[in-house]
Design a protein around this ligand. Structure first.
Ligand SMILES: [Zn+2]
Length: 282
């Protein structure tokens, strides 16, 4: 990422995970730090309440496939299907495409223009909101909503007349990728991280065509490596990261013993150096 400012981009792969993800959220909050969580679709389905905490946070959420396959061993069609399945799970959890509201069950939207910025009744149709997620009862704040939403959901997810706005690029005929307008449900992330960093050119090409940004890293904490001491794990990050670095941690059970220590040390060290911790936005 741009190297002209003291900004670190912390990323957490493989969640949501019971205990660990919430612990991570609490610690980040205590440093007023934003991060990016690359979630596994299967884990989202198993722990929707933890995913909801991510949705309610100010962090960005990216796609990390459904079952964490090795890209080089997976056929392109199956690989892309993994990503789209996760997108669908994430969309359902956000209430963007749940199909949960049918017929005349109007959620009685109470968005006020101004309070929610660009949200308004015309841009939010009733099927976008789950019955148990009435906007009037949820503490949406402008900006909170922000970074999690509006993935490059394929066209078929939308009924005629309810398609999201096209991007500038799409409007000019450069792409068929659909995207929400910024502000309709917040800022889109469009982020994808390949498990193990493995992705074939054919897979990457298709995901780029769908509108994803593929996010790798420059600093690995090696927090998953059981043979590594927690101090060495912290050193991996502190001695190598600098302005614009994208750092990989894991909010997983396996990594937790090292991640917890290394994350605390990283936040303390770089805060003292005047760094800010930001989520990745595209
Ligand atoms: Zn992973």
């Amino acid at each position: 990422m741009p190297e002209d400012q003291k900004i670190l981009y912390l990323t957490f792969d493989d969640g949501p995970t019971p205990e660990i993800t919430n612990w991570t959220l609490d610690l980040l909050k205590s440093y007023d730090a934003q991060a990016t969580f690359f979630c596994i679709g299967n884990n989202i389905q198993q722990h929707p309440e933890i995913f909801q905490n991510l949705l309610d946070s100010e962090h960005a959420i990216g796609n990390h496939t459904y079952n964490h396959p090795y890209g080089w061993r997976t056929k392109t069609e199956a690989y892309v299907a993994e990503v789209l399945k996760t997108e669908q799970v994430m969309s359902a959890e956000r209430g963007v495409w749940s199909g949960a509201i049918k017929g005349n069950q109007s959620p009685n939207l109470q968005y006020r223009v101004g309070k929610f910025g660009q949200l308004n009744k015309t841009s939010v149709t009733k099927r976008h909101v789950r019955a148990d997620q009435q906007p009037s009862t949820r503490p949406y704040r402008k900006g909170t909503f922000g970074q999690v939403n509006n993935p490059p959901v394929p066209k078929r997810h939308f009924r005629a007349g309810q398609q999201p706005a096209r991007t500038e690029k799409a409007r000019s005929g450069g792409s068929t990728t659909l995207s929400y307008r910024k502000g309709t449900f917040g800022r889109p992330t469009h982020l994808f991280r390949p498990p193990y960093g493995q992705i074939k050119p054919s897979q990457g090409k298709q995901l780029l065509a769908l509108g994803y940004q593929i996010i790798m890293w420059d600093i690995l904490s090696f927090d998953w490596k059981a043979s590594l001491s927690k101090e060495a794990c912290a050193r991996n990050v502190i001695s190598k990261a600098g302005p614009g670095s994208i750092v990989v941690f894991h909010d997983s059970v396996k990594a937790a013993p090292r991640m917890k220590h290394a994350l605390k040390a990283t936040l303390a060290h770089f805060s003292a150096q005047g760094y800010q911790f930001k989520s990745i936005e595209f």
